[in-house]
Write a protein that binds this ligand. Structure first.
Ligand code: NDP
Length: 334
């Protein structure tokens, strides 16, 4: 059973030597347990948070632990009546080839209804994040302007397309001309701006002639600085992620900008609300219904970035924090 562990706690950007590859005996299920073989592993930015010691909404990994992660797998053996060999299941095996569970974390999925790995992307946690954060906090209305960063990624690509379905204008921010072209040509965004362009601020302003009503924040840093002056009165900001800061080791240099932020929040009556996808768990059935329908109707499209083999996971994960992935990042494990 191949496992990828956190060999050492990363400082700043993770290095390949922070990861360990370990081979152990495949586990066998005890009474009531299920043995699951991993087929697909999802790589997600939150895993960087788990590698950190800082207190957060979930427990930190300790050196030597198998890294956590959502997976789609197949039941190999079961002494739990709810599962039988061959069942395809969504679970939480982490970065390893096999795991044993009591089944409480497993959900059976229908391989005939949609590609099984889509339960780690558009039909899974990232899709639910986009849907619940945008609709509950962003509340886009027809004709409004919605801006999203990391716009070609697992969450961002869906945010822009759901905004379009709700009749809003979608403006995406992404790294590089190829990603920007994809947003317009393939996903139907109204405008796209490259955050590596030295003229990003002016180009974003030109792309938002009526200001910004909703900003779905995935990034922080220079991207936030470019969006911040454009907010309209009563703009809503679902605060989903701050990936530009996940490898930070110290507070940024420079003057204290908090008073400026607070002043704008007051005078423009901004709503900035952080959320974790599980906050809106009761929206699960509505999300499954709407997203399945939109995918069937071709109203929502997604792109996957697939790497083959668990051994490639560390390098791919380091790349995710640098914008190397183009679409939902997945590891095909078996
Ligand atoms: P993505 O598939 O979007 O991959 C990450 C992308 O972030 C990269 O491709 C890159 O895109 C962009 N990025 C990385 N570093 C920077 C940087 N310094 N400046 C600007 N952009 C950068 O990941 P996800 O869709 O899975 O996640 C997007 C965000 O949503 C993350 O912040 C994540 O933590 C958050 N999240 C939050 C959840 C919640 O419950 N609150 C749940 C799921 C995700 P590009 O090349 O375009 O710059």
């Amino acid at each position: 059973n191949r496992q990828v562990t956190m060999a050492a706690r990363p400082v700043g950007e993770p290095k390949l030597t922070d990861f360990g590859i370990v081979d152990t005996e495949a586990p066998s299920p005890g009474p009531g347990q299920v043995l699951v073989k991993t087929l697909w592993l999802s790589l997600d930015p939150y895993m960087r948070g788990r590698m950190s010691e800082a207190k957060s909404y979930a427990r930190s990994l300790q050196p030597g632990d198998v890294i956590v992660g959502g997976t789609v797998g197949q039941v190999e053996a079961s002494s739990n009546n709810a599962f039988k060999p061959g069942d395809v299941v969504l679970g939480y095996a982490g970065w390893q080839g096999y795991y044993v569970t009591d089944g409480s974390d497993l959900r059976k999925i229908d391989p005939a209804a949609a590609p099984i790995q889509s339960h780690l992307g558009a039909l899974g946690m990232p899709g639910m994040t986009a849907y619940t954060g945008l609709l509950n906090i962003g509340q886009p209305k027809a004709g409004e302007t919605v801006v999203v960063a990391a716009a070609t990624g697992a969450v961002g690509a869906l945010v822009g397309q759901i905004a379009k379905i709700k009749g809003a204008r979608a403006v995406g921010i992404a790294g590089g001309p190829e990603k920007c072209k994809f947003l317009i040509d393939e996903l139907g965004f109204d405008a796209a701006v490259d955050h590596r362009d030295p003229d990003m601020k002016a180009k974003l302003k030109a792309a938002c002639p009526d200001g910004v009503d909703v900003y779905f924040e995935n990034v922080g840093g220079a991207v936030w600085d470019a969006v911040f002056p454009l907010f309209n009165d009563f703009a809503r900001i679902p605060l989903c992620g701050l990936i530009a800061h996940y490898n930070d080791t110290a507070a940024p240099e420079g003057p204290d900008r908090l008073p400026g932020l607070m002043r704008q929040a007051l005078t423009k009556r901004l709503t900035i609300r952080g959320f974790i996808v599980s906050d809106f768990a009761t929206d699960g059935p509505a999300f499954q219904r709407d997203m399945s329908q939109w995918l069937r109707d071709g109203k929502i499209r997604y792109r996957e970035d697939i790497v083959e083999g668990l051994d490639k996971a560390p390098e791919a994960f380091i790349g995710l924090l640098r914008g190397k992935n183009f679409g939902k990042l997945l590891v095909k494990v078996a």
